[in-house]
Write a new protein. Structure first.
Ligand code: SAM
Length: 288
């Protein structure tokens, strides 16, 4: 095994060698705790058959360990200053491909086809400023991704994993549940990174469902209704849906709630995904 760089002394030595300065705008907080790296790899269930997409390899601390645990790692890094560093720190591995790109602009499907893989796993310590767009983009595009195991802000991880009746439950919990099964792998303290982020972190695993967990006539309407349902948490669902887009008639919403055996004073935060799906289908049918 090649010397691990996920510790404070190796990381500082690499940073000094390249005169690298951290870019806040790229959400750069590098992992310096190899136990956390091992937990991420175990959580992702990596095997020598797996092709892994890593978003934001930084100086390659997680990449290195993943190259040892998988068949191939495709590491996409936006910061061009990190490319020579990665070429150096990962020079001993012949199964790592480094791409200097913005993950939000990259054609991931093309990348997967180029690698000849039927599916890939995504594993990353994500840049926190774009956690939700990255994850939703990966889920919504219906790419052949079997799982996404990522370090994100603890609060976002809790929202993704939340169930009705909890404070963290919201539109993000429902969007995640629609596409994937969630599992919190581990909580991570700020001192596992350099520089220390000013929020707590968590590793979450999203295992993609073969088909969404509920069936709706129109997915876009489902998500608009969910968004409307949580826009003002203190309002009743009737109030929310008669004042959001698409706008429904009060009578339509009352009728749908009655069919679903739900109290007409119910708030959006009390419904689960099944109930949102049934409500969506009833409201769409009623408008036809
Ligand atoms: N994986 C490294 C580690 O664990 O030490 C670095 C993680 S750091 C939290 C996030 C990384 O994502 C940084 O290297 C940053 O430059 C990169 N990054 C930020 N925005 C990106 C984007 N849009 N596309 C690709 N990489 C990005």
């Amino acid at each position: 095994m090649i010397k691990r760089i996920a510790n404070i002394s190796e990381t500082k030595a690499i940073i000094d060698k390249y005169g690298f300065s951290f870019q806040k705008r790229f959400g750069q907080n590098f992992l310096i705790d190899s136990n956390i790296i091992d937990k991420i790899i175990q959580g992702a269930d990596l095997t020598k058959e797996d092709v892994v997409l890593e978003i934001g390899p930084g100086i390659g601390s997680l990449t290195q360990a993943m190259a040892e645990a998988s068949k191939k790692v495709i590491a996409v890094e936006i910061d061009k200053k990190l490319i020579p560093v990665l070429e150096d720190t990962l020079s001993d591995y012949d199964n790592v491909r480094i791409i200097n790109e913005d993950i939000l602009k990259l054609d991931i499907m093309k990348l997967i086809s180029e690698e000849g893989a039927d599916h890939i796993k995504v594993v990353a310590n994500l840049p926190y400023y774009i956690t939700t767009p990255i994850i939703m983009n990966l889920l919504e595009k219906r790419l052949p991704i079997s799982s996404i195991t990522v370090m994100i802000q603890r609060e976002v991880a809790e929202r993704m994993d939340a169930v009705p009746g909890t404070k963290a439950y919201g539109a993000l919990s429902l969007a995640t549940t629609y596409y994937a099964q969630t599992e919190l792998v581990t909580m991570v303290k700020p001192d596992c990174f350099i520089p220390k982020p000013n929020v707590g972190s968590a590793v979450i695993k999203l295992t993609r469902r073969n088909t969404p967990s509920v069936s709706v006539i129109d997915e876009a309407t489902l998500f608009k209704i969910i968004k409307g349902g949580f826009a003002q948490r203190r309002k009743t669902l009737i109030n929310s849906l008669t004042n959001s887009q698409p706008q429904f008639e009060k009578q339509q919403v009352i009728h749908a709630l009655e069919v679903l055996n739900l109290d007409i004073r119910i708030r959006g935060e009390a419904l689960n995904l099944n109930q949102y799906a049934e409500l969506t289908n009833l409201l769409i049918k009623d408008q036809r």
